[in-house]
Design a protein around this ligand. Structure first.
Ligand code: PSV
Ligand code: MN
Length: 411
């Protein structure tokens, strides 16, 4: 059986005719879709697990070289994923010039650098939030190391997430911890290379279960403002309490000029790391709608779009491709919103019409449009089919046997 085949050209001709008759500038939409970029995470290609264990997969990438190779496959078939985020020390190498060249040879480049101040035993009670100045200095030294890697790899984004928090009321002084964080983030900001920025990610729980030092977007925003102009907020879609209106906070951060990036994934309950759009694609559409609305108002935000997912059940490269397709779908549909008509409906308090305008765009089958865009980018009309036909998975499943010496990873 497999994935059903899809007749892109005939469907696109019909869709383009309808959209044009409705006043959509199809060429403009196509060029925006071609300019879209979504970075994929190196750590999404290696083995990972649940809180209860790691479940190895055939063909899972074992070191940064295999991770880059897998990421390059995603870019090859989708055409919009040239960047690969690295996690340090998991992706640490001796020669970053060679790594950059290796990436370029594969048709990708190094993207955001993600420090890791959560895995070492010293960080059990925190990193920047730790009571012991020696541990805080250790975390800061790691930041400096990552800044150095940014310079060597020409990366412009330092992406910060902290596992810091406490598990019990009274465990530590919350105000003290806030001040320690301000100091650590301020020093990191001061060390940023020219033209670079740092993104502050928040998460309201896990691994700490009483309090998290940067629990929500408001705290992240406050820390960013205090750290300096190169600090912005990173929104990971899996890091909110249930029912949080993410598109609303995205609009606010955009208007404050502090929305720096996304970690796309989807959640049903907690930080589930599900395929982006698999549970709630409408949410992704509404997020893009707010971004485009801000653009219409003149806010041209510099947003780093990244995926942050680790799949246990699905094969990793396929799951990444599916996510990218869903993100492209949400963006394409948001580009079709008739913003003039929406503004008019809003001005007339015609709430039903306003919502229908959004639904009308959201309900459009954009698959033919995306297929043609990808073809014109030199990628694949149907990326999942192309990837399966390439035989890449069979090859890596065969080749990647056993552990690699000295390779660091999540599990
Ligand atoms: C934490 O849950 C997170 O979202 C951060 O972005 C980490 O860097 C990433 O997942 C991988 O652990
Ligand atoms: Mn994340």
């Amino acid at each position: 059986m497999g994935i059903p085949e899809y007749n892109a050209e005939a469907r696109f001709a019909a869709l383009a005719e309808v959209l044009t008759s409705e006043g959509v500038d199809v060429d403009d939409v196509k060029s925006k879709l071609k300019a879209q970029e979504v970075e994929t995470p190196s750590w999404g290609y290696g083995n990972s697990g649940t809180r209860f264990g790691v479940f190895p997969q055939p063909g899972a990438a074992r070191d940064v070289h295999e991770r880059l190779s897998d990421a390059a496959q995603v870019h090859k078939v989708t055409g919009v994923c040239p960047g690969v985020a690295l996690h340090i020390p998991w992706d640490k190498v001796d020669d970053y010039d060679a790594l950059q060249q290796e990436a370029a040879d594969l048709g990708v480049h190094i993207g955001a650098i993600n420090p890791n101040v959560f895995q070492e035993q010293d960080y059990k009670l925190g990193s920047f939030g730790h009571r012991d100045p020696a541990v805080r200095q250790m975390a800061l030294d790691h930041m400096y190391e990552c800044v150095d890697i940014m310079e060597r790899t020409n990366s412009k984004v330092l992406s910060l997430w902290f596992a810091d928090g406490t598990n019990y009321p009274g465990q530590d002084d919350l105000i003290e911890r806030k001040r320690r964080f301000e100091e650590g983030l301020g020093k990191t900001h001061a060390a940023l290379p020219e033209g670079a920025r740092m993104l502050i990610e928040y998460k309201f729980f896990e691994p700490a279960f009483y309090h998290t030092d940067i629990a929500d977007w408001g705290m992240a925003l406050n820390f960013a403002i205090k750290a300096g102009p190169k600090a912005e907020v990173l929104v990971d879609l899996g890091h909110h309490p249930l029912c949080t209106n993410i598109e609303h906070l995205v609009a606010l951060l955009l208007d404050e000029g502090r929305l720096g990036g996304f970690h796309f994934n989807n959640r049903k309950y907690a930080d589930d790391d599900l395929t982006t759009g698999s549970v709630n694609l409408y949410e992704v559409f509404l997020i893009y709608h707010e971004i485009l609305n801000a653009e219409r108002r003149g806010t041209a935000a510099n947003i780093a779009y990244m995926i942050d997912q680790s799949h246990i059940i699905k094969p990793k490269v396929e799951a990444m491709i599916q996510s990218v397709l869903n993100i492209q779908t949400a963006y394409a549909r948001a580009l079709l919103v008739d913003r003039a008509a929406l503004a008019e409906a809003q001005a007339e308090e015609d709430t039903v019409a306003a919502e229908e305008i959004l639904r009308n765009a959201y309900d459009t089958d954009v698959r033919p449009l995306l297929a043609v865009v990808r073809q014109e980018l030199g990628a694949a009309a149907d990326p999942l089919v192309a990837y399966r036909q390439s035989g890449y998975f069979e090859r890596i499943a065969e080749e990647r046997q056993g552990e690699l010496e000295g390779a660091a990873s999540w599990g």
